[in-house]
Design a protein around this ligand. Sequence first.
Ligand code: CTP
Ligand SMILES: C[C@](O)(CO)[C@H](O)COP(=O)(O)O
Length: 250
Amino acid sequence: MPIGIQSTPASPRCHALLPTAGSGSRLGGDLPKQFQMLAGKPMLSYALDAFNSTPEIASIWVGISPAFIEDPILKSLSSMTKPTHFLPTGGLTRQETVINTLVAMLQSAIPENDWVLVHDAARPGIRPALIQKLIHSVTVTGEGGLLAMPLADTLKMVETYSPQDGSSVRVQKTISRDHLWQAQTPQMFGLQDLHDAIKAAMLINADMTDEASAMELAGSKPLLIHGETRNFKVTHPADWELIQTILKTS
Ligand SMILES: Nc1ccn([C@@H]2O[C@H](COP(=O)(O)OP(=O)(O)OP(=O)(O)O)[C@@H](O)[C@H]2O)c(=O)n1
Ligand SMILES: C[C@](O)(CO)[C@H](O)COP(=O)(O)O
């Protein structure tokens, strides 16, 4: 390169990763919940459409169970204008789906310092403005982060736990809710950093129910960015009714 001319490294881009290989057993139904029709389209379409409509997102990667990769339902999803990859990277757990999909992204030559936003297909209430708020906060600081909500209810630790018989559940103690937030998604981290953190956490069988927990184990302190109530995870039948009403009226 001639003296005096310096190449400027391209700024890291943002990519969405949607783990979409769950079975939806708590919701029930003939199909996994992400493929069931919710207010006129499959639940997965809402998250896909939100990322597709977010200008900062360069590409979308969807981790599907191998059993569903040829399913016509995937072809029926709304047309995407961004590069969107449906991959048979679904695993037995959410974190397996995430790590398999991260590996596929790295193998596809996505630069290792690009950002990845991992978002549950089971959170159809996500909106482009909220995705942009997370991207803005994370890129300004250069640190990874996630959407989350401060807890509003009083928390009880129970001394007996018998889900079949609620009457036998008693309070052991009340836990202060100060400093307690509920994690939502998207969760946004550097691609290679997140890959390495999840691999390391898996090696020690760490209890890891989200991406941030893997990054915390690796020594990071992810930023918390205020999410929205409507971005809850659709888990039980009552959640389905609630999100259906919200989506029909917004
Ligand atoms: N092996 C798995 C398990 C979950 N997920 C995804 O992770 C997100 C959050 O999972 P959750 O809804 O809690 O799990 P499900 O397995 O779908 O539901 P359940 O636990 O009720 O069976 C969902 O987008 C789900 O598809 C995944 O990609 N791979
Ligand atoms: C990632 C997550 O949505 C953050 O709240 C949540 O932990 C996923 O829960 P799961 O039931 O373990 O899939």
